[in-house]
Design a binder for this molecule. Structure first.
Ligand SMILES: NC(=O)c1ccc[n+]([C@@H]2O[C@H](COP(=O)([O-])OP(=O)(O)OC[C@H]3O[C@@H](n4cnc5c(N)ncnc54)[C@H](O)[C@@H]3O)[C@@H](O)[C@H]2O)c1
Ligand SMILES: [Fe+2]
Length: 422
């Protein structure tokens, strides 16, 4: 049984979260409750779609003046973001609407930040460096994956930095999230797969993050580690993704599978928004920088290796994951292994590469990947494993060789002989 008396809980969330088919009809009212001049940040592909036209009509009917910015570019280079902030100053909005995938939502967050606190944005890179509230943001996701509609993070690229940079602050949490699964129906299978894989990584890493006692009388870090409230949400998300991700990729028009994924991605975002993520994310940063592959492709490919590495010290947690996924029986260790095998099977079934070589990484790049992963200290330290070079190097090597069994010596001796299903 969960040790509630000896544990703690922490969530930080938007003031309102609406979920469900048809919930998009509530966007104009939500926007009107926050302002009267909206800047609508929209993915360029979606800007020509019917759902977006309906949204703009709704805003007009609600008496909201609006301008649209659809200059969302992948990876969000900082100069492009700062140009968008300059354009937004002319429009002088009092509320921002983000409509699109994680890239559009992160751009909307960064514009809300830049309008409130100015540029350059590099003053805010890192944790808790945003000095106060930003413009109110209504976030409407059209992919199921990032959870950005509820998280305190925005990610961007800066040519002065080798890795993508994050700005993390509770002030970046949108004021309202509207999650309507019907908006996800059009997402192509490759986006559904990489975004959905990332949602599973968020949930599993929030659930297996290190538990730390918060110093309640001080300013808390943005990511406080695993806790009661985040774990309840993460476990629910894991079960839903286990049941529905394959189907959402296979048949993008299946509204039930899309609804499960949209709901699970939302729950996973709520969970990792305070618990944080760990090693799959730390290692994806340099892998993404080297290979220019989508974020979720890297985190999803890495997750089975990271889980394999923690079987030895956190079998109980992984066994709970097995329960949510409906796999595994027998001992706790057997169930833990079944959870890792099932996650690896899901990633393979949705077409993700199964090793670093399959993502275009060369052997010569491995030492650099290890070195750079270790610079993402916050994430490495949020894992339950020793946050050192050996831990990261073994995971990276195994992920390059496609050999989860090589991680068995990291775990209890008995397990090193255990059969690992590929
Ligand atoms: N802020 C956070 O908490 C957080 C968390 C994880 C990832 N991220 C960031 O999010 C980004 C990835 O976001 P993403 O996976 O949502 O992808 P994305 O926003 O980059 O979109 C990917 C592609 O899908 C298209 N698309 C989106 N929705 C669609 C729809 N309904 N129909 C048809 N096409 C659609 C877009 O036009 C784009 O071409 C990365 O930059 C990553 O760093 C942020
Ligand atoms: Fe992620």
């Amino acid at each position: 049984m969960t040790d509630i008396a000896g544990s703690f809980g922490l969530l930080r969330l938007p003031d309102s979260i609406a979920f469900g088919d048809g919930s998009r009809a509530g966007i104009p009212g939500t926007v009107a409750s926050l302002g009267s001049r909206a800047l609508v940040v929209c993915d360029p592909f979606l800007a020509t779609g019917e759902a977006f036209t309906e949204l703009l009509e709704g805003l007009g009917n609600a008496g909201i003046a609006f301008v649209v910015d659809s200059h969302v570019v992948p990876e969000l280079p900082v100069d492009v973001v700062e140009e968008a902030i300059d354009r937004a100053r002319t429009a002088n909005p009092d509320v921002i609407v983000g409509f699109g995938g994680g890239s559009a939502l992160d751009l909307a967050k960064l514009i809300a930040l830049g309008l409130a606190h100015g540029t350059p944005l590099n003053r805010f890179y890192g944790e808790n460096l945003v000095p106060g509230p930003v413009l109110p943001l209504v976030a409407v996701p059209t992919t199921s994956g990032t959870g950005s509609e509820v998280t305190p993070v925005a990610v961007l690229a800066d040519p002065d930095r080798e890795l993508k940079v994050g700005i993390s602050s509770p002030h970046l949490i949108p004021r309202a999230a509207v999650v309507d699964p019907r908006l996800m129906l059009g997402a192509p299978a490759s986006v559904t797969a990489s975004a959905g894989a990332d949602a599973l990584v968020h949930a599993v890493e929030a659930f297996t993050a290190q538990a730390r006692k918060p110093a309640w009388n001080q300013q808390l870090p943005v990511f406080v580690g695993r806790n009661l409230l985040s774990s309840a949400l993460a476990l629910e998300a894991i079960g839903l993704i286990g049941r529905s991700l394959r189907q959402a990729v296979r048949n993008g028009n299946d509204l039930e599978a899309r609804s499960h994924m949209a709901y699970a991605s939302l729950l996973a975002g709520m969970a990792f928004g305070t618990a944080g993520t760990h090693l799959s994310h730390a290692i994806q940063y340099p892998v993404g920088a080297l290979t220019h592959t989508p974020h979720g492709l890297g985190t999803g490919m890495l997750l089975p290796y990271v889980m394999q590495a923690i079987v030895g010290n956190d079998a109980g947690r992984l066994a709970e994951i097995a329960g949510a996924l409906g796999v595994g029986s027998g001992s706790v260790e057997d169930a833990a292994q079944a959870a890792v095998d099932e996650v690896a099977a899901i990633m393979a079934d949705i077409g993700l590469p199964q090793d670093l070589a399959g993502m275009g990484v060369t052997e010569a790049e491995l030492p650099r990947i290890v070195e750079l992963s270790l610079t993402v200290r916050r994430l490495v330290a949020n894992s339950s494993l020793e946050p050192n070079e050996e831990t990261v190097a073994r995971i990276v090597r195994a992920a390059f060789d496609g050999d989860r069994a090589a991680l068995a010596p990291l775990v209890a001796g008995r397990l090193s002989e255990r059969k690992i299903n590929k």
